[in-house]
Design a protein around this ligand. Structure first.
Ligand code: UD2
Ligand code: MN
Length: 509
């Protein structure tokens, strides 16, 4: 577990100039695919295609056309790039390293720290230290990417850390926009848009610029569209996108902030879940996460893991996500267990020190996170709650029918008691529906000022789905809020300080 002597050697030459000591061709040739071998077997991508490409191949600049005219500080901080890998293909590993050196101003790269997570051949890593700035740490047993990254971060000399997977290609001006955001505010943790390098033919493909990181209650990561209301209000495509979670592999973080927040949970093994744990921690403990669209980094997304999990893939994922749920999700962890029942009763080690750290840092609650960072994640509401819907001293009520036979909705002084209201003021809240006698509140054509009416309940109907957002009641599909205007109930742009949008849902029991 020590720095090898290669790693301590000073780097005499300037970044970008080929190093005399490193023979690229020999490095690659030594590990070429044997004739007849399945090119997907070892790495779960087409190694043959990767091996054919130059380590310096050009790629298309996939940024929005307004990005090149954005300017950045002249005194951006330098960064230590940390790349952990376990049995990576030489051609992809080398291309990752070269793309960084070729496409980044030399003064911004302090060093590239490779953490060889006990790959079969130590030379995959060691030989690369002949390239200026490249260092190599080798684990003397398999640790997994989480502990490996911490090991790399601990020896990093720069004030800012940049993590990359070992099969990436960074694009034009990828680093500057991320460093700029971190320099302005060291609590920001930033990612690029992650472009796709085809696992079949290694074509470099632009990813959508309208995505952010999301997840479901089983703690399964997914890319999702940024909410409509945010998309509509985006006038400048170079502005960062707030993201509830990051994908995990490619991000920039201030080193002292990373340390302050507790690095990673070192009891997580191999792969998976650490991105949720870090994301919840960053948001809940005073930082923020964002995707910077003018930064683009390509990554080979695979369909299966090319390496083994000593404890098995499923158990490892459970252990890591269960530790995340136990430390960060408070009472909401019940939904994790409902969505992933196989996690119930499984061993996950002690989380006492992580919980203690959360307390010490005085982090906010998971409820705060849900309300402020990820209100789009719907909380399962299985039980049916009977109740009243109050605004000031008035209650939402049905007020007979109009000539077309539609129920009129309005406000009336609350009668009876919350426990025993008259039928016209009694509502059921269930599964995101708000109903009265089989009819549900619906905004069929939601727009500011559009009427909300009662319709026959249909749980599949998006226009009938509502969720609480503090004291607002928001329609999930449109993002608009329920508002009482003098004579009618409408949807309108959500405004937390508008009294007509403040609602209390008081249950009967
Ligand atoms: C994504 C992330 C990855 C990580 C993972 C969840 C991106 C682009 N990738 O999965 O970084 O956050 O989600 O954990 O966001 N590795 C080791 N030791 C191991 C296993 C893996 O060093 O025991 C290395 C591996 O060689 C690679 C990196 O860790 O460089 C990530 O592994 P992956 O590429 O299999 O993960 P990926 O991209 O599916
Ligand atoms: Mn990867």
């Amino acid at each position: 577990m020590s720095l090898t002597k290669h790693c301590l050697a000073a780097s005499p030459s300037v970044t970008g100039t080929p190093s005399k000591g490193f023979d690229e061709k020999a490095y690659l040739a030594a590990k070429q695919l044997r004739a007849g071998e399945d090119p997907y077997r070892q790495h779960a991508f087409n190694q043959l295609e990767s091996d054919k490409l130059s380590p310096d191949r050009p790629i298309r600049d996939t940024r929005h056309y307004s990005c090149p005219s954005v300017s950045y500080s002249l005194d951006l901080p330098a960064t230590s790039v940390i790349i952990t890998f376990h049995n990576e293909a030489r051609s992809t590993l080398l291309r990752t390293v070269k793309s960084v050196l070729n496409r980044t101003p030399a003064n911004l790269i302090q060093e590239i720290i490779l953490v060889d997570d006990f790959s079969s051949d130590p030379e995959d890593c060691l030989l690369l230290t002949r390239i200026p700035k490249v260092k190599c740490l080798r684990n003397d047993r398999r640790e997994g990417l989480i502990r490996s990254r911490v090991r790399g971060a601990d020896v990093a000399a720069a004030a800012v850390l940049t993590f990359l997977d070992s099969h990436c290609e960074v694009n034009t001006e990828w680093l500057q926009p991320m460093l700029q955001r971190v320099k302005e505010d060291h609590t920001r943790v930033v990612s690029p848009i992650i472009d796709v390098i085809s696992l079949d033919n290694f074509a470099y493909l632009a990813a959508s610029a309208d995505l952010r990181g999301g997840f479901d209650w089983s703690l399964h990561f997914k890319w999702e569209q940024i909410p409509l209301e945010q998309k509509m209000s985006r006038t400048d495509p170079t502005r960062p996108i707030r993201t509830p979670v990051i994908a995990g592999g490619i991000f920039v973080i201030d080193k002292s902030w990373f340390n302050h927040l507790g690095k990673y949970d070192a009891q997580m093994d191999i792969w998976g879940g650490e991105n949720f744990e870090l994301s919840f921690r960053v948001w809940m403990c005073g930082g923020s996460l964002e995707i910077v669209p003018c930064s683009r980094v390509g990554h080979v997304f695979r369909k299966r893991h090319p390496y083994n999990f000593p404890e098995g893939n499923a158990l490892t994922y459970i252990r890591n996500t269960k530790r995340t749920a136990e430390v960060w999700m408070d009472e909401y962890k019940q939904y994790y267990y409902e969505a992933r029942p196989s996690a119930i009763g499984k061993a996950f080690g002690s989380v006492a020190t992580r919980i203690e750290q959360r307390k010490k840092m005085n982090c906010k609650s998971f409820r705060w996170y849900l309300e402020n960072v990820y209100p789009e994640l719907t909380v399962p509401e299985k039980e049916v709650l009977p109740g009243i819907i109050k605004q000031g001293v008035n209650c939402l009520e049905s007020q007979g029918q109009d000539t077309a036979g539609d129920t009129l909705l309005g406000m009336g002084i609350c009668r009876g008691s919350a426990k025993n209201p008259p039928a016209a003021q009694a509502w059921l809240f269930s599964d995101h529906l708000i109903q009265q006698q089989g009819k549900c509140l619906a905004a069929a054509f939601p727009s500011p000022g559009a009427l909300v009416a009662l319709q026959v309940c249909n749980p599949k109907e998006g226009s009938q789905k509502w969720r609480r957002k503090g004291s607002l009641i928001q329609q999930s599909v449109s993002g608009l809020c329920l508002e009482m205007q003098p004579a009618q109930l409408v949807t309108n742009k959500c405004q937390a300080d508008t009294p007509a949008q403040q609602w209390q849902l008081l249950p009967h029991s």
